[in-house]
Design a binder for this molecule. Structure first.
Ligand code: ADP
Ligand code: MG
Length: 319
């Protein structure tokens, strides 16, 4: 079986069929029509076997997750997903693996109106790269640098679930279906991201850990923050774990949640409350932006939580 058979059989019709695709998979380039008055939002992510997933990991989940990670970046910009390209490096042309991978990818793509418009297929150590492209009205993309002192800090959904799944896996303990789903098939907060355009002053997706990712907003905006630890939104399982250990590093420093962290000027917080009611997506206010730089994490009794809360950094060990 050749590379071209694979492309024809698996990659030609993946995801939505969009009218703004003048030419999709099959030629030297895709031809895509960016509508007048929109900025093109572009982001790329790689998942590597042994780093981001186990080499024998479920291919359908890998297909889902690699697109979800990209869509989460678009959500954090307030951009509407449109197109994706896929660079796939495979040790063998395993049709079962590729078919399952494409199924996971295609399901999520269809759900968000994304069309796969091109890519590259090569042989080598298993690695998957997806570039996503989204559209946002000119000048309205929500950046990291817009937070101001007094803005409230919010987060979607719950934090720490993927991290708890990883801790359990690492300890050889059983992982509940809920936690497994949160780790393997995160649902990017695309709708929330779109609704927050015009409300959020800054936004980021939580991929490396809440403290680290909020830290990027603080740095880009030249501000600090106070986070009230008891306000952090936790699933019942994560809350149970925390009750037993009192270890706030779980919700603060574990990655892979793909929730959105955003800041909102006080006069727009009412609109965010109403959005939460309408959208059915949990939105929690967790703290406030301060003039004083740095991140303060405040416990229920008003004292500071000490340990440094850094997130995941691929090169942190000098690699
Ligand atoms: P080229 O030699 O011009 O790079 P390729 O032979 O790599 O072209 O690919 C042929 C066509 O198939 C191109 O349109 C390319 O975008 C598409 N393609 C290749 N691999 C993938 C993939 N994994 N997913 C989607 N499209 C792919
Ligand atoms: Mg190529």
């Amino acid at each position: 079986m050749s590379e071209f058979d694979l492309i024809r059989d698996y990659f030609c019709h993946v995801g939505a069929a969009r009218r703004d695709v003048a030419l999709g998979v099959g030629d030297d380039c895709a031809l895509l029509r960016v509508p007048e008055g929109f900025d093109l939002a572009v982001s790329i992510d790689t998942l590597t076997a042994g780093v981001h997933f186990l080499p024998d990991g479920d291919p359908e989940s890998i297909g889902h997750k690699v697109l979800a990670v990209g869509l989460s970046d678009l959500a954090a910009m307030g951009a509407e997903p449109a197109w994706a390209t896929l660079a796939l490096t495979l040790p063998t042309a395993d049709r079962g693996w590729i078919g399952a991978f494409c199924l996971g990818f295609a399901r999520l793509a269809k759900r968000h109106g994304v069309q796969l418009v091109g890519g590259d297929t090569t042989r080598g150590a298993l690695s998957v790269t997806v570039q996503v492209h989204g559209l946002v009205p000119v000048g309205t993309g929500v950046q990291r640098r817009g937070a101001r002192p007094g803005d409230r800090i919010w987060v979607t959904g719950t934090v720490g679930d993927a991290g708890l799944a990883l801790r359990r896996l690492g300890a050889g303990e059983p992982v509940s279906p809920f936690l497994r789903e949160r780790l393997d098939r995160p649902l990017p907060r695309v709708t929330a991201g779109l609704s927050l355009r015009g409300l959020a002053s800054a936004m980021i997706d939580v991929s490396d850990g809440l403290a680290a990712d909020l830290g990027h907003i603080l740095e880009a905006s030249c501000v600090g923050a106070e986070v009230e630890l008891p306000a952090l939104p936790l699933s019942p399982e994560a809350a149970g774990y925390l009750d037993n250990r009192g270890d706030w590093t779980l919700p603060l420093a574990s990655g892979d949640d793909y929730e959105l962290c955003f800041t909102v000027p006080p006069d727009r917080c009412g609109a965010v409350d109403r959005l939460a009611e309408r959208s059915g997506c949990r939105l929690s206010a967790i703290g406030v932006i301060t003039e004083k730089p740095g991140l303060r994490c405040v416990q229920a009794d008003g004292s500071d939580w000490g340990p440094a809360c850094t997130g995941y950094d691929h090169f942190a060990d000098g690699g």
